[in-house]
Design a protein around this ligand. Structure first.
Ligand SMILES: Nc1nc2c([nH]c(=O)n2[C@@H]2O[C@H](COP(=O)(O)OP(=O)(O)OP(=O)(O)O)[C@@H](O)[C@H]2O)c(=O)[nH]1
Length: 134
């Protein structure tokens, strides 16, 4: 079974939003990019907008799609689909996560990320590097 999970690399003033999963979830207290599994007939973008509303109660604008990061759970393949995003509203309310942090890209490595997210961080840094030469 393949499970698509769009997630948001949310940028603000040069920093990125990192979110800590709650203690009762799968991958408890691991850090991730907010997002979640798609519902039936949703596009990746629709699903991501819905998840960010549910989890953070904010609106986002979706930008560049980054490469998939794939994780084999044993019984399912999680395909993490990251998008670079901007906030359109700023009053974040955490409904599911333990806490969030805004970190500069070089600070991200210090957190205990979900395994699939390490590749996302790499892809995001590549993306930033390319932006510099546009
Ligand atoms: N939202 C999100 N999920 C991630 C990331 N990295 C990663 O491995 N995942 C995994 O992708 C799945 C996303 O599911 P979800 O957020 O919609 O819901 P969930 O925790 O109830 O899922 P689950 O109980 O099926 O594991 C989870 O299994 C989660 O562990 C990430 O950066 N963001």
């Amino acid at each position: 079974m393949i499970v698509k999970v769009p997630c948001a690399v949310i940028e603000r003033e040069g920093k990125i939003l990192a979110a800590q999963r709650n203690a009762a979830s799968s991958l408890p207290l691991k850090w991730e990019f907010p997002g979640g599994k798609l519902e039936e007939n949703e596009t990746e973008e629709e699903g991501l907008i819905r998840e960010i509303r549910e989890e953070l109660e904010v609106e986002i604008r979706i930008g560049q799609r980054l490469p998939l990061s794939i994780r084999d759970d044993g019984w399912r393949e999680i395909q993490l689909v990251p998008f670079v995003c901007q906030l359109l509203s700023f009053d974040i309310v955490l409904t599911e996560h333990e806490q969030i942090l805004w970190l500069f890209p070089h600070e991200l490595d210090a957190l205990d990320w979900a395994e699939a997210d390490r590749d996302v961080i790499e892809s995001y840094r590549d993306y930033l590097q390319k932006q510099l030469f546009l």
